[in-house]
Design a protein around this ligand. Structure first.
Ligand code: AMP
Ligand code: ZN
Length: 470
């Protein structure tokens, strides 16, 4: 059986993904979600698309993936945004949460098992309980301002993920640290004591009114929903330190070791040499690009088609290349559908199609996987161009279509389904289904041509006919 290998940020080595003893083929996956103070930009979506590819490929390989993604709906930025807008925190973040869920659909991202929000009362309670345990065990202390800090000197493993030299950390952060009342500059806040700028935002705790720090939010939500040890934890490289480092420290001082078995991080989406970021102002939201006429599937293609650890520079030319590649795939898909006609028997063509999945087993090597896809496209198109020997038979075309359906389970790039199929096309499709049921193949093909003349494509899939705009 194929094994999936991934580069574990913790060991900096390729490792085989294996479920834990007694877990069957189930893997838990925690992915850091958006801070909902604005629309997510497509740099954020590079991370989410990479995580979606990972989940889909694992599912193709027979794993059950239990994925949780958090929503950070309380932090400095959300509080500032709500304050400036003059609304309550929940009213400020709600539209951004809703927009995020719409964006997930537009980009065809699989839905996670849960999307806990940091302000959910049960999550706040978990955070307070975790901080309480850290206090009891001497891993945390209350500073004069009332805030609670994690004492990194109490956890020898601190720095193991980011491979951070704490001596340097200290000197480089000395200036910024003057404002803090901490034992050591690298100590991070678990609970931030309420200050007047927080307005109505705050929860009661054994250490006074305040709010959780960002790192404890993820630690509590991850372990609360997925258990003390999580199989895979993902995010962008900017999350490695200090966010994920802090998550490890908090969780391993409270619960099981290790907190996470495999850490995976994607490289940044860049714009002219810099990370795409809200703070840098060099970002596009998904909506910006949809308004410019790009589709969710084109943006998905542009984000998915470069290896997750590789440099990806965002350009409009990149989107145009995605559009062109999808156009070739669509034309091929349609041609295979025509060649397969009513043939239902499938024959595996003599092409190296399994290589697609094998490439993804190798740390999600999407470039090699897409090379297999396009090589298969070229070869089978060449065969379909021929009229004599070497022609692709309908059964082989059916075999390729079935393979393509599997490939698409991972890539999710099939043509946009559209909700507004005109009634005459619907009627023709119903008549075609009836013709096929009666094995009237000629009639069914004629109706397909009539549908095509109206600008629609009908495809036969395992789940019946699918109609898309041509
Ligand atoms: P944030 O909303 O800033 O907490 O980010 C949410 C997720 O997006 C995190 O996993 C980040 O690592 C990731 N992220 C942010 N900016 C980028 C970028 N330019 N490229 C790739 N991932 C990013
Ligand atoms: Zn997180």
């Amino acid at each position: 059986m194929a094994t999936v290998q991934i580069l574990n940020t913790l060991s900096r080595e390729l490792e085989s993904l294996e479920p834990r003893e007694g877990q069957g083929k189930t893997l838990s996956l925690y992915t850091c979600g958006p801070t909902v103070y604005a629309y997510a930009h497509i740099g954020n979506f590079r991370a989410y698309v990479f995580e979606d590819l990972l989940q889909r490929h694992l599912q193709e390989r027979g794993f059950t993936v239990r994925r949780v993604m958090n929503l950070t709906d309380v932090d400095d930025k959300t509080i500032r945004g709500a304050h400036d807008a003059g609304v309550a925190l929940a009213d400020y973040t709600r539209p951004f949460k809703e927009a995020f869920f719409q964006d997930l659909k537009t980009l065809r991202l699989l839905t996670a098992e849960a999307y806990p929000a940091a302000t959910d009362p049960e999550q706040i309670a978990l955070m307070i309980a975790m901080i309480g345990t850290l206090m009891e065990r001497g891993h945390a202390y209350q500073a004069e301002d009332g805030s609670i800090y994690f004492r990194i000197a109490s956890f020898p493993g601190y720095g193991k993920l980011g491979r951070v030299d704490l001596a340097n950390q200290r000197s480089s952060q000395r200036v910024a640290s003057d404002e803090y009342d901490k034992e050591a500059v690298a100590d991070f806040a678990l609970w931030k004591a309420w200050v007047p700028e927080d307005g109505a935002v705050g929860w009661e705790s054994p250490w006074g009114k305040g709010r959780p720090g960002w790192h404890i939010e993820c630690s509590a939500m991850a372990t609360g929903l997925l258990g003390e040890t999580i199989d895979i934890h993902c995010g962008g490289v900017d999350n490695i330190f200090p966010h994920h480092e802090a998550e490890i420290a908090q969780c391993e001082c409270v619960g099981a070791k290790p907190f996470v078995r495999y850490w995976m991080h994607c490289a940044h989406l860049m714009v002219e040499g810099s990370k795409m970021a809200k703070s840098a102002g060099n970002f596009f939201t998904l909506r910006d690009l949809l308004d410019k006429g790009w589709t969710g599937r084109e943006i998905r293609y542009a984000l998915i088609s470069v290896h997750y650890r590789g440099a990806l520079n965002f350009t409009m030319d990149g989107l145009a290349a995605a559009r062109a590649a999808l156009g070739r795939l669509d034309a091929w898909w349609e041609r295979l559908t025509e060649t397969a006609g009513s043939e239902m028997e499938e024959e595996t063509p003599d092409l190296t199609t399994e290589g697609f999945f094998a490439a993804l087993d190798d740390d999600l090597n999407i470039s090699s996987a897409l090379a297999v896809l396009f090589e298969t496209l070229r070869e089978s198109n060449r065969k379909m161009d021929q009229t004599d020997e070497g022609t692709l038979t309908p059964a082989q075309a059916r075999g390729l279509l079935n393979w393509l359906a599997r490939v698409d389970g991972v890539l999710a790039l099939e043509p946009e389904a559209t909700a507004t199929i005109p009634p005459e096309v619907e009627e023709l499709a119903t008549a075609r289904a009836a013709a096929r049921a009666a094995k009237e193949w000629k009639k069914s093909d004629e109706i397909r041509d009539q549908i095509a003349a109206l600008g629609w494509i009908v495809k036969d899939t395992k789940d019946g006919q699918k109609i898309t705009k041509s």
